[in-house]
Design a protein around this ligand. Structure first.
Ligand code: SAM
Length: 437
């Protein structure tokens, strides 16, 4: 557990700083020794630096996470509560250059090697996007981005790539993650409090910050489907999410006893373009998958993403999970689905399954179970609380506590039998019920 800023009560505030710096030193040494012993580099922002920490052993990952929590605590304490609060609010300004980098295609406009002056960069941006931005505005945006470690200015007046900005070119899903959170979500996020004031306690999918920001009456998923480029950004953003520590697909693969299903068909509900099914099919050749999602989310680029050797194991189909289920599978997987729907709609999703369910069919949910405050590490706490509030912002939905999950099945139909819930090695849990008519 890591660094609640008001704990422990027995340690003086001055001693806490000493303890933190000592723990930080110790954990840094553990990691640097491990890197040196393997002849590995540490991550760096130099253009040719390493983008990710290269140690993947369980102990190294744990130590790194603790180090992130400890350095954050030391950072916050040294700043002090007053300045930390100011910084948190002030940080909102940093999203302007981040959004501009995505909208103006600046990663594409800066040459891969060498640098470009602001005047030429403005011309390049115009060539690429048709957007006219004066060099002096570009310079001020870029200098804040550079202060946030994206791009560099090797000589005054000229911009060059660094490791972070190059990643926007090299990793399409990461670039989509950045673009989605700035171009698509920043406006709805900024309107969420307004939506909560306008529609107190609403469970409706069309009474959110999305509706105020974009001035329409559609749900978030209809909003995504209305624009192919946006739907594609969302799909790719999800891939990037699936690669994040804690949300990595490996936890979905290892966290459920899939082998016990034997030769079985799993219907992956809201399975997007099938990346979860791909990971599971690779690991469990006896399983086959029917991946269902909305028609509008299947952009042409996404349709041929199933690797050739898995094509007999995975089929991509379209199905709206609010409509009666027509596939009779052995199991129905819902990964990151229910958290996007308020109880009223989540219950409808479960009920819509019933026409397809055979006795003993499994409903397997891979999602967050909210703990009481302070039970998990600060890092994990921040991550799952962020997800919970994000779900309010875009869908008027929520993450759920254990009893909420049980109650969802009970309210949907008494024939769902609760089988239990357990945490994976990552942030998500498995929650399981079977159909016992
Ligand atoms: C948060 S994503 C989860 C994707 C994937 N299961 C995962 O684990 O990353 C939610 C998915 O549900 C899909 N979805 C939303 N509404 C749906 C509906 N009514 N019927 C089927 N799929 C839907 C979205 O298109 C999206 O792909």
């Amino acid at each position: 557990m890591g660094g609640l800023l008001t704990k422990p009560a027995t340690e003086s505030s001055v001693d806490r700083l000493t303890t933190l710096s000592r723990d930080i030193e110790e954990k840094t040494r553990y990691l640097t020794d491990a890197l040196r012993s393997k002849g590995l580099e540490a991550p760096s922002y130099k253009a040719n630096g390493l983008s990710d920490f290269p140690l993947t052993e369980v102990e190294a990952v744990r130590t790194r996470q603790e180090l992130v929590a400890l350095t954050k605590e030391l950072h916050d304490l040294v700043l002090g509560p007053r300045e930390s609060l100011k910084n948190m609010a002030w940080e909102s300004v940093s999203y302007i250059p981040l959004q501009a980098i995505c909208e103006f295609k600046i990663a594409e406009a800066v040459p891969l090697t060498g640098s470009i002056c602001y005047e030429e960069l403005a011309i390049k941006v115009h060539d690429l996007t048709g957007i006219m931005i004066v060099p002096s505005d570009l310079r001020r945006l870029m200098r804040l981005a550079i202060a946030n470690n994206i791009f560099q200015e090797p000589k005054i007046g000229s911009v060059a790539h660094n490791r972070a900005s190059l990643l926007l070119l090299e990793d399409e899903s990461l670039a989509s993650w950045t673009a989605f959170y700035t171009m698509d979500l920043l406006a709805p996020i900024s309107q969420t409090v307004a939506a909560m004031k306008a529609w107190p306690g609403s469970q409706e999918t069309n009474q959110t910050g999305v509706n105020i920001a974009f001035n329409h009456n559609e749900s978030f998923f209809d909003h995504l489907q209305a624009d192919e480029a946006r739907a594609r950004r969302y799909d790719l953003m999800l891939q990037s999410h699936g690669q994040r520590e804690g949300y990595n697909l490996s936890h979905t693969v290892s966290g459920y006893p899939w082998a016990k299903l034997g030769k079985a068909t799993v219907v992956d509900m809201g399975g997007n373009e099938g990346f979860v099914a791909i990971a599971l099919a690779e690991a469990f050749p006896s399983l086959s998958f029917i991946v269902q999602d909305l028609e509008g989310m299947r952009t042409p680029e996404m349709m041929d993403k199933i690797p050739e050797h898995l094509s007999s194991q995975i089929s991509l189909t379209t199905h709206d999970f609010f409509q009666p289920q027509t596939e009779t599978g052995d199991a129905y997987l819902f990964r990151h689905i229910f958290h996007a729907f308020s109880d009223k709609y989540a219950i409808n999703i479960l009920r819509a399954l019933i026409p397809g369910l055979k006795p003993g069919a499994r409903i397997i949910i891979n999602d967050i179970v909210l703990p009481d405050p302070g039970v998990v590490s600060r890092l994990e706490e921040k991550s799952i609380r962020t997800m919970d509030v994000l779900m309010k912002a875009v869908c008027n939905s929520r993450e759920r506590e254990m009893d909420d999950w049980k109650s969802l099945f009970e309210q949907a139909d008494k024939r769902f039998r609760w089988q239990g819930a357990w945490k994976t090695s990552g942030r998500l849990w498995f929650i399981e019920s079977t159909w016992e008519p």
